[in-house]
Design a protein around this ligand. Structure first.
Ligand code: CTP
Ligand code: MN
Ligand code: MN
Length: 511
């Protein structure tokens, strides 16, 4: 049966004519009963809307003329998430747990496929996540329950993957934040880090000032820069920073392993502007760390790839298991969050069976072994200062007390890619920064959470624990100040549960 001809055949004539924007009211067989579509006319126009409605119906989709409670998918064109939300609010829409707000690209893909295609982040105009806590929706009667869930000011209540739709803005904010860090202005540093962090969690690209309405952590200063970037494609302030002598010098100096703000400041004041001048200056004294930093500079500034990180992982496991066969070796840091490159490779080591002495000895034995094999290019081993009964630190950026070592290892190209070994002229290895942390087995969940990062995610977890839960969290423990007890945890999931937070997967912590 040709659906287009049925409106002229006998019995169908009696069907009441539908009202609304659709010109054609031809009945079509509904093939996909789970979906009820509504196409937004705003910015699309009547003609195109009617065309698309008819097309979708012909393909077997149920398309409503009017917005009603039964609608499950709202499709819009040239509208941002906040445009649609605003429109919905005006329509006084009742809460619906299934409502999806989608870009026209989703419908077009469905039309091509001849069936509903999965809705993914690129189609969704508003982040559609499982509701993490019912109380976070201020007014569920007026707005679709999940669609308008307020974005939290805390990174630990947002899901931030590496799929950043707002690089132009976040790159700019990170330059400004770094500049404030170099000037030891922590307040301004945090303002821009938080702004970058919240934009990284958005499922859409900001294209107008309307898009940022209702988003937290965006103060006037930040908004001005967003506006400038939307209008001119760049920010004059960022441009000025990138050309600033002090910023450029600090950026260069701190790229050397072992060089922090104090040393950079000193070198800058002494008039140094390049590393080669510093390297060859006979009057300067360098720490062991800085000497290693200069010696392996080229290798260390060229980032660690995932393949290299995996090769290091094998190296670490071989050495650790030679002494403690039951130990768990977990890659943490950026690589656990799914990053493809990193400035180092981080590992957490813990053993369920080891005695305290064996535990204390392990990093010494491992580094001694590498030393003998000629693989240890630099080693700074810090003994544990951990006290079991100490209440966690309140400082959001506090260092932890586990035994750890900051290393530079010699990684043979052959261990990464046997082809590459022969391509290299002369040098057959690469220097790689490696961090190893040893923790008592019962602390492993806290240590893992703390060492997975991102640093901004960790800061907000601690801030959230303190301000929203009257608890104190650090890399070792979680303390409930109201109940005056330590809360135990065997896994990261349990820590999130203690804090009353939805679990956020490691790859969603790239805040
Ligand atoms: N960390 C920590 N205590 C330290 C050093 C680091 O708790 N003394 C945590 C940081 O908060 C971070 C994680 O360990 O979340 C990894 O640190 P780092 O290697 O500096 O950062 P990454 O996120 O791994 O970034 P990159 O890929 O550049 O290494
Ligand atoms: Mn790291
Ligand atoms: Mn590290």
């Amino acid at each position: 049966m040709d659906p287009l001809r049925t409106s002229h055949s006998g019995p169908r004539k009696k069907r009441p004519r539908q009202t609304g924007a659709s010109v054609s009211s031809t009945p079509h067989d509904i093939r996909f009963r789970d979906l009820v579509l509504f196409i937004l006319e705003k910015k699309m126009g009547t003609t195109r809307r009617s065309f698309l409605m008819e097309l979708a119906r012909r393909k077997g989709f149920r398309v409503e003329n009017e917005l009603s409670d039964s609608v499950t998918h709202i499709v819009a064109e040239n509208n941002s998430g906040s445009d649609v939300l605003e429109w919905l609010q005006v329509q006084n829409i009742k809460a619906s747990s299934q409502l999806e707000l989608l870009d026209i690209s989703w419908l077009i893909e469905c039309m091509r496929a001849g069936r509903p295609v999965e809705t993914t982040g690129k189609h969704q105009l508003v982040s559609v996540r499982r509701a993490d806590s019912a109380h976070s929706n201020p007014d569920p009667q007026r707005i679709p329950a999940h669609a308008v869930r307020k974005i939290s000011q805390y990174a630990c209540q947002r899901r931030t993957t590496l799929d950043n739709h707002n690089h132009v803005f976040t790159d700019a904010f990170e330059v400004l934040a770094e500049n404030y860090e170099f000037r030891e202005n922590e307040g301004c540093y945090l303002i821009f880090m938080r702004a970058a962090s919240v934009l990284k969690s958005l499922p859409f690209t900001i294209s107008s000032m309307k898009d940022i309405e209702g988003i937290p952590c965006l103060g006037d200063k930040v908004k001005c820069i967003i506006e400038e970037i939307i209008e001119d494609g760049e920010s004059s302030e960022v441009k000025a920073v990138l050309n600033d002598e002090r910023y450029k010098s600090f950026k260069l100096f701190t790229s050397v392993f072992g060089v922090g703000l104090k040393t950079s400041e000193r070198w800058f004041r002494m008039g140094f502007r390049s590393l080669s001048k510093i390297r060859s200056d006979k009057s300067l004294k360098f720490t062991h760390m800085q000497k290693a930093g200069f010696l392996y500079y080229e290798d260390l500034v060229s980032c660690v790839t995932r393949a290299e990180a995996e090769a290091v992982s094998l190296l670490v496991k071989e050495a650790v298991w030679a002494f403690l066969p039951d130990a768990f070796v977990t890659m943490t840091g950026g690589f656990r969050r799914g990053k493809k490159i990193g400035h180092d490779v981080d590992f957490l080591i813990t053993s369920p069976e080891a005695t305290e002495e064996e535990e204390q000895q392990l990093l010494h034995k491992v580094t001694n072994l590498w030393q003998k094999k000629g693989l240890l290019l630099y080693c700074d081993l810090v003994e544990s200062t951990f006290e079991k009964l100490k209440i966690p630190s309140r400082k959001v950026d506090a260092l932890d007390h586990f035994q750890k070592c900051f290393l530079i290892l010699k990684l043979d190209h052959q261990r990464v890619d046997s082809d590459k070994a022969s391509q290299q002229d002369g040098k057959t290895w690469k220097a790689i920064r490696v961090d190893l942390v040893m923790c008592p087995y019962e602390r492993r969940a806290f240590a893992l959470l703390g060492w997975t990062g991102s640093p901004q995610f960790e800061r907000d977890l601690r801030r959230f624990a303190t301000h929203e839960r009257k608890m104190v969290l650090d890399n070792h423990a979680l303390y409930d100040k109201t109940k005056r007890i330590f809360l135990k945890a065997e896994s990261e999931e349990e820590i999130f549960a203690h804090l009353g937070l939805d679990y956020i997967e490691p790859w969603e912590r790239n805040a």
